[in-house]
Design a protein around this ligand. Structure first.
Ligand SMILES: O=C(O)CCC(=O)C(=O)O
Ligand SMILES: [Fe+2]
Length: 236
C-alpha cells in the first residue's frame, strides 16, 4: 500500500530535526486512486461540527441538506469569534469497524494496514519513537466553507504521538484554502503551511498548535484525506 521508493532515512532525519514533514507520493499510485475515488463517490459522510457549543456528529444517513448545512456553518462562524469551532465531514473508521458498517469500503483496509506489525514498525522507525503501538484513522472531507480552528491534538487518554494526514484531493490549488498550518504559540506566527497535495503524507509530532484554513467558496472539489494518530497504548 505504501510507495516502495520513499527515502525513509531522509524523512526520519528531517522529522527528528523539525518535528514535522510532508512526504510526497506516499501511497502506491493505484491505492491512492482507488481511495480517492471512494472518498469522492461512495463514502457515507457524517458532519462533525460545534455550532451548538458542543461537538456533535450527525447520525448516519442524515447528512444535512444544503440549507441546513449553511445554517450550521453560519452559526459556527458567529461563535468562532470567541470560541473553538470546526466543521468537517467524517467517516469514523474505528467505529465503523467495531459496528460492522459498510464492509465493502476500501477505507477499512487502510485502518487494518496501519495496524499491521509491519506498518507499526515503519512508524516507530520513521518517528524515532519506540512507544508507538497502534494507529487510529478516519476519512475526512472539507467542503467550501468548512474549517478546523487551532488546536493541539492533545488527548490525555489516547497517547497520541504523531498526527498524520494522507491527502487525497487531486491538483489542489493554494487559493482553495484547506491548508494545514502550524502556529507559533508565543508569537502567533504561521511557521509552516502544508498544502493538501495529492497523495502526500503530512506528519507531525503531537502536541503542536495547528489548524485547517477555511476551504474557499470557489474550490472546485472538496479536500479529502485519511487522517489519524499514531498512538502509544498499552491495550487495544
Ligand atoms: O486534515 C488536516 O490536515 C489536519 C486535521 C487535524 O488537525 C485534526 O483532525 O485534528
Ligand atoms: Fe489536529
Amino acid at each position: 500500500m505504501i510507495n516502495d521508493d520513499i527515502d525513509i532515512d531522509r524523512w526520519r532525519q528531517a522529522l527528528a530535526l523539525r518535528s514535522r514533514v510532508q512526504i510526497p507520493d506516499f501511497l502506491q499510485a493505484d491505492a491512492a486512486e482507488a481511495l480517492a475515488d471512494e472518498l469522492s463517490t461512495r463514502t457515507p459522510w457524517q458532519l462533525a461540527e460545534r455550532s451548538s457549543g458542543e461537538s456533535r456528529t450527525t447520525p448516519r444517513g442524515a447528512y444535512p441538506d444544503d440549507v441546513a448545512f449553511e445554517t450550521l456553518l453560519k452559526r459556527g462562524y458567529a461563535l468562532a469569534a470567541d470560541q473553538y469551532q470546526f466543521s468537517y465531514d467524517s467517516y469514523m473508521l474505528i467505529r465503523a469497524a467495531k459496528e460492522g458498517w459498510d464492509p465493502d469500503l476500501l477505507a477499512h483496509h487502510v485502518l487494518r494496514f496501519l495496524n499491521t506489525p509491519m506498518f507499526l514498525e515503519f512508524a516507530r522507525y520513521l518517528g524515532s519513537d519506540p512507544t508507538i503501538t497502534h494507529a487510529s484513522a478516519q476519512c475526512t472531507r472539507y467542503r467550501p466553507g468548512q474549517f478546523l480552528m487551532p488546536h493541539q491534538d492533545l488527548d490525555v487518554n489516547e497517547g497520541r504521538r504523531y498526527a498524520f494526514v494522507i491527502n487525497l484531493s487531486r491538483e489542489w490549488r493554494p487559493d482553495w484554502g484547506g491548508q494545514l498550518q502550524f502556529i507559533d504559540d508565543a508569537t502567533g506566527a504561521v511557521t509552516e503551511t502544508f498544502l493538501p497535495r495529492w497523495n502526500s503524507l503530512s506528519l507531525f509530532r503531537v502536541p503542536q498548535t495547528h489548524h485547517v484554513t477555511l476551504v474557499s467558496p470557489w474550490a472546485a472539489r472538496p479536500r479529502h484525506a485519511i487522517t489519524g494518530w499514531w498512538l502509544a497504548r498499552s491495550a487495544p
